[in-house]
Write a protein that binds this ligand. Structure first.
Ligand code: PNS
Length: 161
């Protein structure tokens, strides 16, 4: 039986930290479903199709990764797909409180779905989509922080925002 995990997030845009977790995740799971949440409260810089396209380019068409978007509760989507694992990256202590709450809420809603955390690589533990957008908007260098395919669109969009 193949081991499948859902890796959910906003991915606005995908960063090198996300890519790192996906690559490491594929050492542990046979397949990953990268699931972009449609209904996150945050306003996004990239629309859903753009985010999906950037993830696809960044992963260079790895056939073990499926890129989808979902509406509603993550655990409902996990159930629909028959996935029993949610994969999340943990960067610093600051992530813990939020992740702890989400993991426990998801467990309350769907006890059969387990959240598994991976520590983000040390070279990316300070990287977040929010910060790279801010850096790009203010003219800073984001080349080491996001996949190559994201650099141009991010500079254009964030710079214009
Ligand atoms: O990349 P993010 O913004 O940290 O990802 C957060 C995400 C999308 C995983 C979370 O907001 C989510 O699961 N949203 C779907 C709606 C849902 O299930 N909400 C209840 C979470 S306990």
């Amino acid at each position: 039986m193949s081991r499948v995990a859902i890796y959910p997030g906003s991915f606005d845009p995908i960063t090198n930290g996300h890519v790192w977790i996906i690559k490491r995740g594929l050492d542990v799971f046979d397949r990953l479903i990268v699931a972009i949440a449609r209904n996150v409260k945050k306003t996004s810089l990239f629309d859903l199709a753009e985010r999906q396209d950037l993830i696809r380019q960044a992963l260079d068409g790895d056939s073990r990764v499926e890129i989808v978007s979902f509406d509603g509760l993550l655990v409902d989507y996990a159930r629909k797909r028959g996935a029993h694992v949610i994969l999340r990256g943990l960067r610093a202590v600051a992530d813990f409180e939020y992740e702890f709450q989400m993991a426990n809420m998801n467990r309350k809603l769907a006890p059969e779905v387990e959240t598994i955390f991976m520590m983000t690589g040390e070279e990316y533990f300070y990287v977040s989509s929010a910060l790279v957008k801010e850096v790009a908007a203010l003219g800073g260098d984001v080349e080491d922080l996001v996949p190559k395919c994201v650099v141009g669109p991010l500079k254009r969009k964030a710079g214009a925002a």
